[in-house]
Design a protein around this ligand. Structure first.
Ligand SMILES: [Zn+2]
Length: 122
């Protein structure tokens, strides 16, 4: 457990636990806060910052890094979908080649049977 994290679970006025969340807004990127876990959201006004305010440099840099990370995750997901599509096409090609092989074997068997019948007739 992070030493900065509250160790005692506190209860909101509505009866739900207070939970630790992380802000990803541009003005408070990565800054943890505590608020109500209930469906009513924050109607009782329980909201407390856990971490101190970020320095100006963090506020300037972290959103850009987050954007890059999100773009890379999207790219990774897109590449995974492309790979899945290529694997499906590869499976289709394998089935097609298998059909070609089966067709060749059938033609060879028919040819052998024809030649045997031709030889027997001679
Ligand atoms: Zn509450």
């Amino acid at each position: 457990m992070d030493s900065d994290e509250p160790e005692v679970v506190r209860i909101c006025k509505c009866g739900h636990d207070l939970v630790v969340r992380t802000s990803w807004t541009n003005s408070n990127p990565g800054r943890r806060f505590q608020s109500c876990s209930g469906d009513a959201g924050n109607q009782y006004g329980v909201f407390e910052w856990i971490d101190p305010p970020r320095c100006r440099r963090s506020i300037d840099v972290i959103p850009g890094l987050l954007k890059r990370l999100n773009n890379q995750e999207k790219q990774l997901k897109d590449n995974g979908q492309k790979l899945h599509g290529l694997e499906a096409r590869e499976d289709d090609i394998m089935v097609y080649r298998l059909c070609e092989i089966v067709a060749c074997v059938i033609i060879l068997v028919l040819l052998i049977l024809y030649l045997r019948a031709t030889i027997v007739c001679m």
